[in-house]
Design a binder for this molecule. Structure first.
Ligand code: HEC
Ligand code: HEC
Ligand code: HEC
Ligand code: HEC
Length: 452
């Protein structure tokens, strides 16, 4: 194991308790059943494998564009624990990470999933990491309710910060630029920057208790050591208080007026690039190429979707993954909607719809006929024309109005590959007049479905 000497030393000092329990095989079983593990696998594939990989090796299709890299679970190293240094995580630790996410990294919060599903996913992660048979490790003694933070405790914490050598890595002012900070790497060989405390963002949570656990237990697999012994409880809380004072309040971030530049800032914050190709043509293929989506989608739809992606059902039946709920704010959603229309060279605004006055009975009948012959094999149209789920390749077109731009769809249906060479939609070979009939039929059905 590649571990800095200081981290190794701390590990040796502090794992005695946990190690002894493991040696005697006295750990109680984890609160996980075989059924949880089994149910967790497909959920993991849908929600986590894009980043962490199907096998859990951290090499999912989005991983190449994500920094810090998604965790390789096969190495069994977990940073955010309540257990002693060197010990595996408690089941509750994995659950906490899944529920809260890791702020400042691409790891999203999955609080939007039902608790039961989060538990099943945690079971599968522990199974991949082969950490079930060893049983449930004991957490360190609960530090209890922190004493009130005072200027005196922060001053005492400053002394501890110097005495314990935190400054060596984290720097005198907490900027992560101490003399020992350069060239550090984690156990997976990824370069690892020391945390900059001035940003005030902590992956394991910024409650005082979270910070207490971080330096008391260390962060397994990284150079961040554990300081388990020889520090009094009062001094630990003092250290927490001092670290919190190092935060420099951010000036309100000014968004550029250029929609592309502003969009790049927001997409960087949420690692959208890991899953989507962005304006410069680079990014992952876990979700659609957003240049195509920008040309296709109405701005209202985009704004609503990026804030609550799970409220629409699954869009693309053939995609394995789903878009996680990322906690995008309304202001950011506005920026993202403008960004998408700018990269799709589309005038921002709602999706265009057809003039329904031209929807004569003949035209609708003609459209329905072409639809049945040319489209129904891949697309369902709500309950109007049902296509078996296994056969569905494209989105359910009953949801098309308000989402897909009518004018865009005209060009798309005539020649989808011209717009997106990777599209799975094969050209149905219709004349422009026939396309208009099909569109009139589909849009009138979709609009009717929206107004009950
Ligand atoms: C968009 C990419 C992405 C997705 C999707 C994702 N993760 Fe992560 N995950 C990360 C990254 C990046 C890290 C590493 C952060 C770090 O090392 O500080 C991480 C770290 C973790 C960790 C390690 C925590 C620790 O204590 O060290 C766990 C556990 C985890 N993820 C579980 C999951 C589960 C379960 C899912 C699906 C429900 C999931 N992740 C989905 C990106 C992702
Ligand atoms: C040998 C270098 C080193 C020393 C000494 C060190 N740290 Fe760290 N620390 C790190 C690194 C590297 C990280 C980032 C780990 C990561 O990103 O996974 C880190 C991260 C942290 C975090 C962030 C946790 C989070 O949730 O994001 C806290 C808090 C922290 N250290 C506190 C301390 C305190 C307090 C001390 C002194 C008692 C200390 N560190 C000493 C290297 C060090
Ligand atoms: C972990 C991967 C992941 C991340 C991160 C992610 N997405 Fe997605 N996104 C997806 C997937 C998968 C879909 C397709 C969902 C479906 O079929 O139901 C999607 C769909 C979309 C759509 C609909 C596109 C269309 O043409 O229908 C938009 C818009 C979108 N994402 C924007 C974003 C933005 C903006 C971000 C960053 C703020 C982001 N996504 C982050 C995976 C991701
Ligand atoms: C061979 C399967 C197939 C056939 C046949 C097909 N499509 Fe598609 N269609 C797709 C797929 C797949 C997509 C999603 C884009 C992608 O993955 O390339 C799509 C996307 C669309 C979209 C965009 C929908 C959205 O919500 O994003 C429209 C509109 C559409 N198709 C209309 C039609 C019409 C009308 C026909 C018949 C004239 C048709 N398609 C025939 C597979 C097909």
């Amino acid at each position: 194991m590649k571990r800095s000497p200081i981290a190794l030393l701390c590990t040796i000092f502090s794992t005695v308790g946990g190690g002894a329990a493991r040696a005697e095989g006295t750990r109680p079983p984890r609160p996980i059943s075989e059924a949880d593990i089994k149910a967790g696998k497909p959920l993991y594939m849908r929600e986590c494998s894009a980043c962490h990989g199907e096998r859990g090796d951290g090499k999912g299709p989005a991983s190449a564009f994500v920094d810090p890299a998604p965790r390789n679970f096969l190495l069994k190293q977990f940073k955010f624990r309540t257990t002693a240094s060197g010990d595996p995580p408690a089941t509750a630790d994995i659950l906490r990470t899944i529920e809260r996410g890791l702020p400042g990294s691409a790891m999203p919060s999955f609080a939007f999933l039902p608790e039961q599903e989060r538990k099943q996913i945690a079971a599968w992660v522990l199974n991949i990491a082969d950490l079930i048979d060893d049983g449930e490790p004991a957490p360190i003694a609960d530090p209890g309710t922190p004493p009130p933070a005072t200027p005196a405790s922060a001053a005492r914490g400053k002394e501890q910060y110097a005495a314990l050598g935190c400054f060596n890595c984290h720097g005198a002012l907490g900027k992560g630029d101490g003399p020992a900070a350069k060239g550090l790497a984690d156990d997976d060989g990824h370069p690892i920057p020391v945390r900059d405390f001035t940003g005030g963002i902590f992956r394991g949570g910024s409650d005082r208790k979270d910070l207490y656990y971080r330096f008391t237990d260390g962060m397994n697999g990284t150079p961040m050591p554990s300081f388990a012994d020889g520090v009094s409880d009062a001094d630990r809380w003092a250290l927490v208080d001092y670290v919190q004072t190092l935060r420099v309040p951010l000036a309100a971030v000014v968004m550029s007026k250029d929609p592309i530049k502003a969009g790049r800032m927001v997409t960087a914050r949420y690692s959208c690039r890991g899953c989507h190709v962005l304006d410069d043509g680079k990014g992952g293929a876990v979700g659609p190429d957003l240049r195509v989506s920008g040309a296709k989608l109405g701005s209202d739809w985009v704004r609503a979707f990026v804030q609550k992606p799970r409220e629409t059902g699954k869009i693309y039946p053939w995609r394995v993954w789903r878009m996680p709920h990322l906690g995008v704010t309304p202001e950011e959603a506005e920026v993202l909607a403008s960004y998408l229309s700018a990269m799709g060279h589309r005038k921002p605004g709602p999706a265009t719809t057809p003039e329904m006055a031209s929807a004569t009975k003949e035209k609708l009948d003609e459209g329905q006929l072409y639809y049945t012959v040319k489209c129904a094999q891949c697309h369902a149209l709500g309950k109007l024309i049902e296509t078996p789920l296994a056969a569905q390749q494209g989105p359910d077109l009953i949801k098309v109005a308000g989402r897909v731009d009518y004018a865009f769809a005209r060009k798309w249906i005539l020649d989808p590959k011209k717009i997106d060479s990777n599209s799975r939609m094969t050209i149905p070979g219709l004349t422009p007049g026939q396309v208009e009939a099909v569109q009139t039929f589909v849009w009138s059905a979709s609009l009717a479905a929206k107004t009950p």
